[in-house]
Design a protein around this ligand. Structure first.
Ligand code: NAD
Length: 483
């Protein structure tokens, strides 16, 4: 693999994401030789750490995620890490950062290449982008910036953030990361759709009755109630992960599998996204909050959550497009906290046309993203010794050995940033459409809140969310496949 020279500046170097995901992912890329002799990472955060202490944190992060490692390799890897105590709001600190980056650039022959990674609280993204620009932190080689989610909290703030970032970076230098796009089964959606005539030929509005996307979490908000109050399920999960998955499910066939063609196909679809009005939201959207039990808190009793909070810990709704192969087909989503189990899953429900056997079970294609990676077709066949139809699953799955080789989403996506492949990152024009949709739903809910009688069902923990979500379907014969 080609060794890519680069100085990486990581904002949020002492954070959870960096420790659990980014350092282990960088180590794997280092072991593969993608970054090797000519790279250095400057970790920044507020704490006054020394380089040595920072390197100990890196070493711990590798040990915590790898069973067997060559200690010399870990030591060499960690020696590429430098720490700079940095308050993102202090302009002086950017000057020091720029000098350190220039110094490391000559020591590591990094050819003026810079990679910035915003891995900290999103409220700082704009400030960092502004100072990267006014203190001219970009290098003389390639410049790239990775921006974590959430990218804004509505269209207006996302536009403002985008303006701040585009002051220093071109659109093709901005990598808006959504780690769901690095997941094995999410990356399998397009090959499943386009490399199987069996699937491709039924992927149309005549044959698909509806599609269902469920991203269910077992955990509650835990200690993050304060942050969650500013977000909610719709902004936290739907605006990014769910919409990305839906886009892959509904987009037309790309001309080829280059980043440009895939983004063009996505854009063609998103131009036809139907933005729901208040009436649609009332009929086809449900929000909810977990209600607590003898042993668990209700959401409204969680630390840093308002007693009368209207923030939803569950959201379900309907998405439709006017164009694309499944134009007009309802795509239902639901996501929430305190479900019965952690499960990320897609169900494609096929229409029954004429069937001489009378009643048959629904015929589905399901993609399980987490915790297992598999695709299964639910198909009907005859019962052996009595009349009637029985249902079985045909499963496409991986062996244990294969699963062990699947890289973490962050490793995949960081790799893509280094090799400048933007296929699995969100373009601004896509994000804009997602926000337009979310803003419309939020506005309808906000109106209900202001009217003083918001409809926010309280749901029992560790089940399937509020029962009201069973009534969002257009057809009386539709229901959630995963229950
Ligand atoms: P975190 O709170 O653990 O880390 C935040 C970092 O920012 C710390 O290093 C902290 O020292 C630093 N920081 C805070 N205030 C600062 C200031 N004024 N000046 C300089 N540094 C300051 O957060 P996290 O969980 O690592 O999340 C970071 C980003 O990654 C967020 O955008 C989050 O949405 C996203 N993300 C996180 C995860 C995850 O698993 N943790 C997953 C997906 C996305």
């Amino acid at each position: 693999m080609k060794n890519i020279p680069v100085i990486m500046v990581l904002f949020g170097g002492s954070g959870d994401l960096a420790h659990r995901k980014l350092y282990p992912a960088l180590f794997n890329l280092y072991e593969q030789g993608l970054i090797h002799d000519n790279f250095a990472v400057i970790g920044t955060a507020r704490r006054p750490w020394s380089h040595e202490f920072f390197r100990e944190q890196i070493t711990d992060a590798i040990h915590e995620t790898h069973d067997e490692v060559d200690e010399n390799e870990v030591k060499d890897f960690a020696s590429h890490f430098y720490y700079q105590s940095h308050d993102v709001t202090n302009v002086e600190h950017y000057v020091t950062l720029k000098e350190l980056a220039a110094d490391l650039d000559s020591r590591y022959s990094a050819q003026g290449n810079r990679l910035f990674y915003m891995a900290m609280a999103p409220r700082f993204f704009g400030t960092i982008a502004t100072h990267i620009n006014d203190q001219k932190l970009t290098g003389s080689g390639f410049n790239r910036i990775v921006v974590e989610k959430p990218f804004g909290r509505d269209l207006t703030s996302a536009e403002e953030l985008n303006k701040q970032i585009t002051a220093s970076f071109e659109e093709d230098e901005i990598f808006r990361i959504d780690h769901y796009l690095g997941k094995e089964m999410v990356q399998n959606i397009l090959p499943l759709r386009f490399s199987n005539p069996l699937v491709k030929n039924i992927w149309n509005s005549d044959d698909i009755k509806n599609i269902q996307v469920t991203l269910a979490e077992r955990l509650g908000v835990e200690a993050r109630g304060g942050y969650y109050e500013t977000s909610g399920a719709l902004r936290d999960m739907v605006q990014n992960h769910i919409f990305q998955i839906i886009t892959l499910l509904a987009m037309p066939e790309p001309k080829d599998i280059s980043a440009a063609s895939i983004h063009a196909a996505k854009q063609e679809l998103l131009d036809s996204l139907i933005i729901p009005n208040a009436e649609d939201v009332k009929k086809h959207f449900v929000r909810g909050q977990y209600a607590g039990s003898d042993t668990t808190f209700a959401y409204r009793k969680e630390p840093n959550v308002a007693e009368d909070s209207t923030t939803e810990t569950f959201a379900a709704g309907e998405v439709k497009f006017n164009a694309g192969p499944i134009a007009g087909v309802p795509i239902y989503f639901r996501t929430g906290k305190e479900f019965k189990e952690k499960k990320n899953r897609i169900d494609i429900v096929l229409k029954h046309h004429n069937n001489p056997y009378g009643r048959a079970h629904s015929n589905n294609i399901s993609i399980e993203i987490d915790p297992e990676s598999k695709i299964f077709f639910t198909i009907n066949g005859k019962k052996i010794s009595e009349p009637g139809i029985r249902r079985e699953n045909l499963t496409y799955a991986f062996s244990k050995e294969e699963l062990a080789q699947v890289p973490d989403g962050y490793e995949r996506l960081l790799h893509d940033v280094f090799v400048n492949d933007s296929t699995n990152f969100t373009h601004w024009s896509e994000l804009k459409r997602y926000w337009q949709f979310i803003d419309a739903v939020e506005a309808a809910w906000q109106k209900e809140n202001e009217a003083g009688n918001p409809d926010i069902p309280q749901y029992l923990p560790y089940r399937m969310g509020p029962v009201e979500a069973n009534s969002i379907f257009e057809s009386p014969t539709s229901h959630w496949i995963y229950e």
